[in-house]
Ligand binder design. Structure first.
Ligand code: N01
Length: 544
């Protein structure tokens, strides 16, 4: 059912690809390489100007991984054997260098069209193929479309009047100018304290004349445990990597660690403290997803960690009012049900002259004028405004494309009130389309590269299965997605995750339907489920 690999006329509507991949981040690139090797005729379209997906767009100062670089890479084809990371947690420039390394080895770029935003995709039932049209009018037909737009490709802009009138530089962190902005000696305003806000703040506060950070919810940020790595250190790390890569497939969130077997509820106060101190000294996400197995479920245990965390923050911040704003006595929400950032000197930098934290709830930004931002206390003059206000996560990148399925039904309409997928992979009425890292998949609870490979493998295997059996059309059923949605909802309801207005369930976007968009059952359950699907002959799909 597929054409043999080989040259076809991709620039005209006459050429039909086996697979068009929208998005060239970890997931899209993995698909490209795997499918190309298997003889599929495949291309990638990406709106970015270069490789890396989110790592191309998020070039704001300080943008870096929150996952140890050695684990935030492909295990595929021994690519890891000859790439050194300079830092334990590489910054965006280094992640881009990694992608260039991958490109040199796998020659991916020749099959990627950059600066190509897929604006529309139309299903043709008679031909059993999609026609995808770019924002600049290019057309591409493909039998299968893989939507690999990532969970954070659609920036969320705050609704503040006057943004266009500002005379200085005002940018969303995910649309930062590729050439950068020198903040030395400047007056900088940052709105938002998610991972992006914390990171850009850490850079701004070191060089700018003045930094004003607007906080709506405190970030329960954890120590990163950053270290420099030389070649010998990289060699040392590499020795243990195959084993650590294998662990990624068995861990809750695709890291090389998972929760401990012990419960915090049965540990005494001294034992709890000793554990917290031990993890704190090492830093990183194990503090969040590698400690007591009931930390994110048992509110009393959770509170003991919050109090420990608060104490640590208060030790570092001199001004008691600022310290209390950053780490209030009453937790803003249980620890860890909103993604904590990893910080290096975030809390210490509030001790600097010219650095100010403003409570956005008490003193919101009312307006942006040519000279700066206005609050009820007047104008804060500034030269740079960083909008670190996040994304329309999980579904935003997909819904930015006008996808028209069977009978012209629009995905934007189908999902207007509720997202429905089967395992985050596909949705009824939209045949021959697969989402990678999609809504209702482990996505936000999974290390990106792990998902790219692990979920990527099931997609490749599924496409091979279809080819072998001569199927030219697949569509998941409405019943299958009802059941999956109910399962995702059930895991969320009653959990502590409902207690923070997070992007995990769409609560960060005004007007977005409240619905859990990330599968929170862990990788083992997710892929165990797919094993059943495969063993049963894919009964959740109509195959023809
Ligand atoms: O976005 P966020 P992010 N007025 O949604 C505030 C990944 N990531 O870009 O918390 C005022 O977390 C909002 O306030 P509140 C990572 O998975 C990873 O930082 O909703 N404030 C919040 O403080 C991460 O979780 C890295 O009350 C407004 C902030 O803006 C995800 O991407 C780096 C506002 C948004 O925080 C998103 O992170 C960066 C408004 N109108 C991102 N609207 C790594 O380290 C929103 N806010 C790998």
């Amino acid at each position: 059912t597929t054409q043999p690999a080989g040259p076809t006329d991709h620039d005209t509507a006459a050429g039909v690809l086996d697979v068009l991949i929208i998005g060239g981040g970890f997931s899209g690139l993995y698909q490209l390489d795997r499918l190309r090797d298997l003889g599929f005729d495949v291309k990638v379209w990406d709106s970015a100007g270069g490789l890396g997906g989110v790592w191309w767009w998020n070039c704001y100062p300080g943008a870096r991984t929150d996952t140890v670089g050695h684990i935030y890479q492909f295990a595929h084809k021994d690519l890891w054997k000859d790439f050194d990371f300079r830092e334990r947690f590489p910054d965006h420039a280094e992640v881009r260098e990694y992608f260039e390394h991958v490109d040199r080895k796998l020659e991916l770029s020749k099959d990627i069209e950059f600066d190509t935003f897929a604006a529309q995709a139309r299903w043709d039932e008679d031909r059993r193929e999609w026609t995808v049209v770019s924002a600049d009018g290019k057309q591409q037909r493909a039998r299968v479309v893989l939507v690999a737009t990532g969970f954070g490709s659609k920036p969320l802009y705050p609704d503040i009047p006057g943004t266009d009138t500002f005379e200085g530089e005002c940018h969303h962190t995910a649309r930062w100018p590729q050439g950068g902005i020198d903040m030395t000696g400047k007056r900088v305003v940052i709105i938002g304290t998610g991972a992006s806000g914390v990171q850009v703040f850490q850079e701004a506060a070191k060089v700018a004349a003045e930094v004003t950070l607007f906080q709506r919810t405190p970030n329960l940020a954890l120590p990163m445990g950053q270290r420099s790595l030389d070649h010998a250190a990289n060699d040392e790390v590499r020795k243990g990597l195959p084993e650590r890569f294998a662990t990624r497939y068995t861990a809750f969130a695709g890291f090389d660690f998972t929760f401990m077997d012990e419960q915090g509820a049965t540990a005494g106060p001294e034992q709890l403290r000793a554990t917290y101190e031990r993890f704190w000294a090492e830093g990183g996400f194990p503090i969040w997803l590698g400690m007591y197995s009931d930390l994110l479920a048992d509110e009393a245990v959770n509170r003991t960690f919050y109090d420990f965390w608060r104490e640590k923050v208060h030790e570092r911040v001199h001004d008691p009012v600022t310290a209390e704003l950053l780490a209030p006595e009453t937790p803003p929400h249980p620890f860890g049900v909103k993604r904590p950032a990893l910080e290096q000197d975030y809390f210490d930098l509030f001790n600097r002259d010219g650095v100010r934290l403003v409570d956005q709830n008490d003193e919101p930004v009312l307006e942006i004028t040519p000279k700066g931002v206005v609050t009820r206390n007047g104008l804060i003059e500034c030269d740079v405004i960083a909008l670190a206000t996040g994304f329309d996560n999980n579904r935003g990148g997909i819904m930015a494309i006008d996808i028209q399925g069977v009978g012209g039904e629009r995905l934007q309409d189908k999902w207007a009130d509720r997202v429905d997928t089967f395992m985050g992979l596909s949705t009824a009425g939209f045949p021959n389309m697969i989402f990678l890292y999609g809504p209702q998949s482990p996505s936000g609870f999974c290390n990106g590269p792990t998902s790219a490979e692990y979920q990527g493998d099931i997609v490749v295997e599924f496409l091979e299965h279809l080819r072998e059996h001569g199927h030219t059309r697949f569509e998941s059923t409405g019943d299958a997605e009802k059941e999956w949605t109910a399962h995702v909802d059930e895991l969320f309801e009653g959990s502590l995750f409902t207690r923070a207005r997070s992007w995990y369930w769409g609560a960060n976007v005004p007007g977005k339907p409240a619905q859990m968009l990330n599968y929170s059952g862990g990788l083992v359950s997710y892929f165990g489920k797919w094993d059943e699907v495969r063993a049963g002959g894919y009964p959740q799909y109509e195959l023809d």
